[in-house]
Every structure is written in C-alpha cells, then in structure tokens.
Design a protein around this ligand. Structure first.
Ligand code: ADP
Ligand code: MG
Length: 331
C-alpha cells in the first residue's frame, strides 16, 4: 500500500498540536465570595494556573478585611472609631487619610451633599440594625449639630474635629476604596483579568478582547429587569440605590442614604450608577449624586472628567451624563 504523504503530515501536525496543548499549564478561572464589610464580596480572577489564582484571591480578601478594621465603625479600635471617640481629633493611618482626603474633596465639591460626619444620624435611624425607625425631629436636629463638609480637617495624617460630639462614618466610600486596594493586590500577583463586586461596588480589570466586560444595571423597582448594559474595561461601575436597605412606614420608603440638609433619606433618586477610574471615587460620587438629585448631580459630575453617571430619578425618568453613551452596549 502506498503511503499518502500529505495525509501523514497533516496527522503528525495534529498530534503535535494536541501534545503542545496538553503540556500548557491550564489557564483557569476561579470565583470566590466572602462576607466582609457587611456585604457579600465576590472575586473572579482568570488567566493563571488555579493555585496562583487561589493565592492571589486569598490575599485580595485579606486586604479588604485589613482595611475594614481601619475604616469600619463596627470595630472598636478602628481609625474611624478612635476618631469619633476623640475630643479634638486623632492621627490616622495613611490608608484612612487617603479615604478621608478623597471623601472630604467630594464633600466640598458637592456642597455638603456627601458628608463623612453623619455617624450620629445613621445610628439614630438604626438603618443597619434590626428595628430601624423614624427618629423624633429634635433628635435629628441634635444629630446634625456641627456636621458638614468643613467639620473635619486633614493635615497629613492628623485629623481635627470641629466639635467633640462629631461621629465619623465612611460607609459611603470605604467599600469602594477597599475594592481598589484589592484590585492592586491581584495585580501584584500577576493577574491581568479579574472582577470584584462588593455589593454594587465593582471593578472590572483587563481588556478581554474576546469576551469584553458587560455589566447589566439593575432596574431599581423591577428586581429582575436590566435597565441598561454597559461595556467597560479597567474601570469601576458603582451603584447606589434606595432598594437594598430600607423600611417602609406609612407608604414611604426610608433608606440608608441621607440628605444632610434634612437628616431624612434623600428623596430625588431611585438609583445612581457611576463609571469611574477608581471604585472609591465612583462610590463617593454615586452617594453624592443620589443626594443631590438628577440636575445638581449631573452638574457635580462635570467636575470629574474621569466619571460618567446614569441616574434613575424619583419619578422613574433616566438622566445620563454626556459621556455615558460611550459605554452603552446592546442589551
Ligand atoms: P451601599 O453601602 O449600599 O453601597 P452607598 O455607597 O450609597 O451604598 O453608601 C450608603 C452609606 O453611606 C450609608 O449606609 C451611610 O453609611 C453612608 N451615608 C449615608 N448618607 C450619606 C451622605 N449623605 N454622605 C456620605 N455618606 C453617607
Ligand atoms: Mg457610596
């Protein structure tokens, strides 16, 4: 029988390709989730062998837990708790100073819509606890005394309080900052493609030319409906809404984002989504724009060329910043 030369070459080539493919270390994808900072934090990482991915993801979770111990009011000896307990202020770690610097900047630019000094007000409403309730008006007025965008001043790592009673709450920005730092840890471990979602504070790392990151933005009133889909890479997508933590009394929804002017939950939005270059900035802006409402909120965003926003107003209408359309993807 005569050998068919071309056929043998093709067969050999196929065999060689298969062997090469088998010898490659497997590029895997892992997904892990943990309860940290009062929310489920999910990390997906891909592109390395699974043992390397595991190590990197563990280190990223450890970084979030470490930052929680500095930034949370629920840890007795956190920077934030020590600052609240102090009379005039205290020294904080470099990380806390960085969060405060960004938060105070957004506080000033938003005319006080974003406010890091609402700790007393938040405790009063008990919105994170078992039985939240509407406080008395005089108690709200008392909790707002001395609060505002100039109530805290930062000089390096030294923080000064305007009045001793001031209670600090970084709940509107800390989670975002922690996600940024966790992404940095993943990068240090050689990861170039990953996603972190901490209860609506997301970062999507990597270009992924084959399968770009597409994020569906949840409709604030129809839980299973996607309002819009955006396509991003190396960016934060952060949503603040009135639909995750709230209680209803007398037909009115009371949620966890407060208007510092009234001491009541902000009324002008159902949800705000921000696309930004960092999760910390996106987190702070989502909360700030939520408080300011569609018109003033979009004005605030013009100060941040690295951020775009989509607002669902209280009446259900949609308002987007001019650059938002750039990220819109087909649903
Ligand atoms: P989530 O925590 O659901 O991601 P946000 O980022 O909008 O939502 O943060 C809401 C939290 O921010 C509240 O639980 C509270 O700790 C804090 N907060 C509430 N109102 C304000 C405000 N006007 N400015 C800054 N932080 C606020
Ligand atoms: Mg926020």
């Amino acid at each position: 029988m005569a050998w068919n030369r071309p056929l043998i070459i093709v067969l050999l080539a196929v065999l060689l390709a298969l062997t090469w493919w088998r010898l490659q270390p497997e590029d895997e994808e892992i997904r892990r989730s943990r309860l940290i900072m009062g929310t489920v934090v999910e990390i997906m990482a891909e592109g390395l062998e699974s043992s390397k991915l595991e190590t990197a993801v563990d280190a990223a979770f450890a970084e979030i837990a470490r930052l929680d111990k500095l930034l949370s009011v629920y840890h007795q000896d956190s920077d934030v708790s020590r600052l609240s307990q102090s009379d005039n202020g205290s020294q904080v770690t470099a990380e806390t100073a960085e969060v405060l610097a960004l938060g105070l900047d957004v506080a000033l630019r938003s005319g006080g819509g974003f406010d890091l000094t609402l700790g007393g007000l938040k405790t009063l409403w008990g919105i994170d606890g078992e039985s939240p309730s509407i406080p008395r008006h005089d108690a709200i007025a008392a909790a707002l005394i001395g609060t505002g965008p100039t109530a805290l001043t930062l000089d390096g790592r030294q923080v000064t309080k305007r009045i001793p009673e001031l209670q600090i709450d970084l709940g509107g920005i800390a989670k975002g900052y922690a996600v940024d730092r966790a992404i940095a840890v993943l990068k240090q471990h050689g990861i170039t493609s990953a996603a972190i979602n901490a209860g609506g504070d997301m970062y999507l790392l990597g270009q992924r030319p084959q399968r770009p990151w597409r994020i569906g933005i949840q409709h604030p009133r129809e839980k299973d409906d996607v309002l819009e889909t955006v396509q991003v890479s190396d960016q934060a997508v952060v949503t603040s809404g009135d639909y995750e933590r709230f209680f209803v009394q007398g037909g009115i929804r009371y949620h966890h984002i407060f208007d510092p002017q009234s001491g009541f939950p902000a009324r002008d939005c159902q949800s705000v989504t921000i696309i930004a270059d960092s999760v910390a900035l996106g987190d702070a802006l989502a909360t700030a724009v939520f408080v300011l409402g569609p018109e003033t909120g979009l004005q605030l965003l013009t100060q941040y060329p690295q951020a775009e926003g989509l607002i669902v107003a209280a009446d259900g209408t949609l308002h987007a910043s001019p650059g938002w359309a750039h990220y819109r993807a087909a649903p």
